[in-house]
Design a protein around this ligand. Structure first.
Ligand code: NAP
Length: 321
């Protein structure tokens, strides 16, 4: 069993475990076993998305665990996300209802718009849909009780400010355009602090698995990021790992939680799964967290680019492309 995971409270009072299991690239039959192992290892927070094509397996695993009395629905925090073709206000309710069917749940704890740019199912851009429209669709789902909290993912700072101006229900969470040691996202953190939005970090371990994703042209989709160093090998991280007799992954994850940020490391490996949640039986000092945070690069090194939304009027990366 894991050491106790701190719980963060969202602005609507919903309690969110600060460590969850990421499930991108968890596909096929292994998913059911992975989720069972995660719950037995102490995970109470699972992050999925329609894009990951594993909601079915997660739903099957959870239904079995509920039936066996291993865990109760109310003890879990389940996040899923509407992908580009699902975020427009005229389709988002059906998208969430479909996710809920696959997850075999009546509600999710958090529903995120995965990307701020709406498309049709075929991928062509819907330039008629603005981030404000996406937000109104999410608010409707919150009012219907289908999502206990709502939020955004991969929205840039100005898109969040635009939402805050019109929102009737506050933005509860921002799952950031990735956040890791080499892309510390300070501006994003400032905006979220100002508006009482909890941040979830993705790619906290530098997403080494991204290199196995193959694009439509048959080449690795993230080839251009191949030479970006991985923070699991960072010398400061390694020194702290040695000092505390922990692994580099545990240092990166614990330091991020110390910054008040939720982490959702992905693994399907049962030993790493335990490692990634056993983060709270040692004390990392504020100075040590600051030392890691102070690691500034002259050029921020982004691991993820979303080629499918390039040239979309709501492309969150437009300024950086
Ligand atoms: P990550 O969690 O930084 O890294 C996962 C990779 O690291 C996997 O290849 C995993 O391999 C390996 N790993 C896990 N634990 C490890 C450990 N203790 N030591 C060494 N290697 C370890 O990257 P991510 O999966 O890209 O991001 C995490 C989650 O965030 C995703 O699964 C997904 O839920 C979410 N996410 C969201 C977005 C978004 O647009 N909102 C984008 C990307 C990711 P094994 O499985 O073989 O252990």
């Amino acid at each position: 069993m894991s050491s106790k995971v701190p719980i963060f409270t969202l602005s609507n009072g919903v309690r969110m475990p600060s460590v969850g299991l990421g499930t991108w690239q968890m596909t096929g039959d292994e998913g059911k076993t992975v989720i069972r192992n995660a719950i037995l290892a102490g995970y109470r927070h699972i992050d999925t998305a329609t894009l990951y094509q594993n909601e079915d397996q997660i739903g099957d695993a959870l239904a079995e665990l509920f039936a066996e009395g291993v865990v109760k629905r109310e003890d879990l925090f389940i996040t899923t996300k509407a992908f580009c073709h699902e975020v427009a206000p005229d389709v988002i309710e059906e998208a969430l209802r479909n996710s809920l069917k696959r997850l075999r749940l009546d509600y999710v704890d958090l529903y995120l718009a995965h990307i701020p740019a709406a498309t049709r199912e075929c991928g062509s851009h819907r330039t008629d849909v603005k981030v404000e429209d996406i937000w109104k669709g999410l608010e409707n789902l919150y009012s219907l009780g289908l999502a206990k909290s709502i939020g955004v993912s991969n929205f840039n700072e100005s898109q969040i400010e635009r939402i805050v101006k019109i929102q009737k229900i506050p933005t509860h969470v921002s799952q950031v355009l990735e956040l890791h040691l080499y892309l510390p996202q300070k501006a994003h953190r400032e905006i979220c602090k100002k508006h009482n939005i909890i941040i979830t970090s993705y790619a906290t371990l530098g997403s080494p698995g991204r290199m196995s994703v193959i694009g439509a042209d048959g080449k690795p989709l993230f080839e251009s990021t191949k030479n970006i160093p991985n923070e699991l090998n960072d010398k400061n991280v390694k020194a702290l790992a040695q000092k505390y007799n922990k692994t580099p992954a545990q240092i990166l994850l614990r330091a991020t939680v110390e910054m008040g940020i939720v982490v959702i490391p992905k693994t399907t490996n049962p030993e790493r799964m335990k490692e990634n949640i056993n983060l709270f039986d040692f004390n990392i000092s504020k100075a040590e967290v600051n030392l890691l945070e102070a690691h500034e690069r002259s050029k921020p090194e982004r691991l993820f680019w979303w080629p499918n939304v390039a040239d979309h009027p709501e492309d969150p990366f437009a300024a950086e492309r």
